[in-house]
Design a protein around this ligand. Structure first.
Ligand code: HDE
Length: 704
């Protein structure tokens, strides 16, 4: 029995039960799996608390006879198991969360009355859930997709949810189109596939008919959609929100999360292979990083602007398919978030957490962005279905950490049932319960509203290509190549020629070279229609460095992982030196060997392996090293996974450290030496190798 009963008095007995229970929840951390009640371990009971004598056999009439309904233990166990699943989220089903804290580093009481931002050093607990959008709960982590970046701040004025993505714009302008978008992206309804992929006819059919999606498509076809880790991606609130200060004055604000460790993505060929080798790559990365004390950290920044800026800006700030370049409105860093605690239970926390854009605190408000307005309806609605009733705020992960008093009552699983007679307001009872507070209570921004009720898209939302082009021209050549490759890959999976053609017909409005490259990659004879500025005016906006991943990479190997392939007989000092250098840089070194039992070094030491080579292809690492003797290299050369390890490391432009004797493996893998491969025979070369790895990839190796 591992549940804390909230309303039971904490007698010595229940307290000790609780201690045992919490040990038991963490096997390997004091909770031994073979403990028996006679040794002081917990006793198995039913959910009603009745001790269980036999957990192996159903009650039957006679040793080989029929099962008896009387077996309440069996019935309860199977009944509960039958009801273990709750509906997965209709979008963002696959996600992974962690606990941490947010701390204000630059107070902004002039902008917002939110207590949280009132003084430097104010800290509140947070729970953050990262997710993919389209795939179901069991889909692989490296799907080409947007990543959700949702943060619940447990402030002393209630919960504030910043439910964002790792991309600052969205596919559609009006929430009315969200179900269509998601239907088109999810598996096709007749056949039930493809899973967690946009490379299919329905998605591109819809997109090619929605010019407003073109900016977002540039982002989702870029490497933003295949991040190396949650730790190395940005987050964005996307919409324009409001901050409202104590005097009731409002400023517009866009929220940005910036990872301290710099941006990084994988290559598409890596993504495809990682999905096979480790479908849990992202969640494992977060789990491992927090477990090892390398706590992921982001700065929270805000772009703050007023009506004058909004009126002068070239696009409508209520249009979520547009961003505001940092060059036009700088990001002011106001705080930091550190994720420093793993979940204790994936279901209780990550699965049951319920985010809602409408969860705001005094000082934070909404704008009329039609996407945001639609979201404000959707999130509360979806939680009722998913969590089974209106009392999901009673689940610990969703419960505010500040006092709560209201007259809402009853319903399924109600856990906070107030005492006393008053359950309505106003009432005349002496202990009449809570009352509204006009001074400290939430006040909606008093925005003047006028106009006719109409179903109409505003003219100010009309330009769909200028920012798509701006994003494209802001990328390095390498990144532009990846966008073209992604479009060619995705559209090559589209079976209907007319859809491919319709999609490519948008590209000349974004960039002529991109259109040519994609058209050529799809085997078209010529680009359909060239861009005609008289028909489709597109602004030539300046490039913005903040939009490129490669221009915002890390400055060290910290948080990154090196895979060291080893064979029997290697030099002890070399292996130790390399491991130490990686650790000194803040990275992680993992040993890969032909057998998981490891190897014996020249000095006779047994070194255990973290991985057998078949289970750890080089796509799982940011850089690799091959420490092999002559015989060891020959033995590796005979192994297909070892040859593949090297060939892929080369193909993915990884830095590779090598002993001189490792040459036969390179030959067997069919790869020539180049400057991204470095000798590892002295401590000096080890240091320069690890320093070079901070660049993450030796791009010069890849064709221009
Ligand atoms: Fe969501 N979205 N969304 N979304 N969204 C959900 O709520 C919705 C949008 C985002 O880790 C759902 O609890 C509509 C933009 C994240 O639990 C649902 C529209 C952005 C998560 C929903 C959008 C997001 C969700 C499904 C169009 C970035 C996962 C389960 C107007 C700013 C939160 C749930 C988590 C989840 C509706 C568009 C981010 C159905 C109607 C834009 C990170 O309510």
């Amino acid at each position: 029995m591992t549940h804390d009963m909230p309303r039971r008095p904490a007698t010595a007995d229940t307290q000790s039960n609780r201690d045992v229970a919490s040990r038991d929840r963490n096997p390997g951390q004091g909770g031994e799996t073979h403990q028996h009640p006679d040794d002081g371990g917990p006793r198995l009971t039913t959910a009603q608390g009745v001790p269980v004598a036999d957990n192996q056999n159903t009650l039957t009439a006679g040793p080989r006879g029929p099962a008896l309904l009387e077996d309440f233990h069996f019935r309860e166990k199977i009944f509960h198991f039958d009801h273990e699943r709750i509906p997965e989220r209709v979008v963002h089903a696959r996600g992974y969360g962690a606990h941490g804290y947010f701390e204000t580093t630059d107070a902004i009481p002039d902008l917002t009355a939110a207590h949280l931002f009132g003084a430097v050093g104010r800290r509140v607990p947070v729970f953050t859930r990262f997710s993919t959008v389209a795939g179901s709960k069991g889909s692989p982590d490296l799907a080409r997709d947007v990543r959700g970046f949702a943060v619940k701040f447990y402030t002393e004025e209630g919960n504030w949810d910043l439910v964002g993505n790792n991309i600052p714009v969205f596919f559609v302008q009006d929430a009315m189109k969200f179900p269509d978008l998601i239907h088109a992206a999810k598996p096709e309804p007749d056949r039930g596939f493809p899973q967690a992929q946009t490379a299919h006819d329905n998605f591109w059919d819809f997109i090619s008919l929605m010019p407003e999606a073109m900016h977002m498509i540039m982002w989702t076809m870029s490497d933003r959609a295949i991040p190396r880790s949650f730790r190395f991606m940005e987050g964005f609130g996307v919409h324009t929100f409001r901050m409202i200060n104590a005097d009731g004055n409002s400023s517009y604000v866009k929220f940005h999360w910036k990872p301290k460790a710099g941006l990084q993505s994988v290559l598409w060929d890596e993504a495809v292979k990682i999905n096979g080798a480790d479908p849990d790559f992202h969640r494992r990365d977060l789990w491992d990083a927090i477990g090892s004390g390398d706590f992921p950290e982001w700065d929270l920044g805000v772009q703050v602007f007023d009506d004058a800026f909004a009126d002068a800006f070239g696009f409508d700030v209520l249009d979520s398919t547009k961003l505001i370049p940092e060059e036009d409105c700088p990001v002011r860093i106001i705080g930091r978030m550190v994720l420093d605690r793993r979940v204790d239970n994936m279901f209780a926390e990550t699965e049951q957490v319920a985010f809602c854009t409408q969860n705001v605190v005094p000082g934070i408000g909404f704008t009329n962005d039609p996407l945001l307005q639609g979201r404000n309806f959707s999130y509360l609605d979806t939680q009722i279905k998913r969590l089974g009733g209106p009392n999901f705020t009673h689940i610990p992960i969703n419960a505010p950490r500040c006092p709560m008093h209201h007259f809402q009552q009853d319903g399924h699983m109600a856990m906070h049932n107030p005492k006393g007679r008053a359950n309505y307001e106003p009432n005349g009872w002496a202990q009449g319960g809570p009352r509204a507070d006009p001074k400290a209570g939430y006040r909606h921004f008093a925005q003047p509203v006028e106009g006719e009720s109409r179903k109409l898209r505003p003219e100010s939302f009309a330009d769909h290509y200028s920012q798509a082009r701006q994003f494209y021209v802001s990328q390095t050549k390498i990144e532009q190549g990846h966008i073209a490759d992604a479009l060619i890959f995705e559209l090559s999976k589209v079976e209907t020629l007319a859809i491919r053609e319709r999609m490519v017909a948008h590209l000349p409005h974004i960039d002529a070279d991109l259109a040519r490259t994609v058209g050529d990659g799809l085997g078209f004879d010529a680009v359909s229609t060239p861009h005609d500025p008289a028909v489709t005016p597109v602004m030539d906006l300046p490039s913005s460095a903040a939009l490129s991943i490669l221009r915002n990479g890390p400055d060290s190997f910290a948080g990154r992982k090196m895979g060291i392939v080893v064979t029997d007989g290697i030099d002890d000092a070399l292996l130790e030196g390399l491991r130490k250098a990686v650790m000194a840089a803040g990275g992680v070194a993992e040993v890969v060997a032909p057998k998981v039992g490891g190897i014996v070094t020249a000095g006779g030491a047994r070194v255990a392996a973290d991985h057998k080579i078949d289970g750890a292809p080089s796509v799982l690492f940011d850089a690799v090293a091959i420490l092999a003797t002559k015989d060891g290299a020959k033995a590796l050369a005979a192994l297909h996974p070892a040859r593949g390890f090297v060939a892929d490391a080369v193909a993915h432009a990884k830095f590779i450290g090598l002993t001189a004797d490792a040459a036969p493996l390179l030959d067997a893998a069919g790869v020539p030496r180049d400057d991204g491969m470095m000798d590892l025979d002295a401590s000096k070369t080890i240091e320069s190798f690890v320093a070079a790895c901070a660049a993450l990839r030796f791009w010069a190796r890849l064709p221009a």
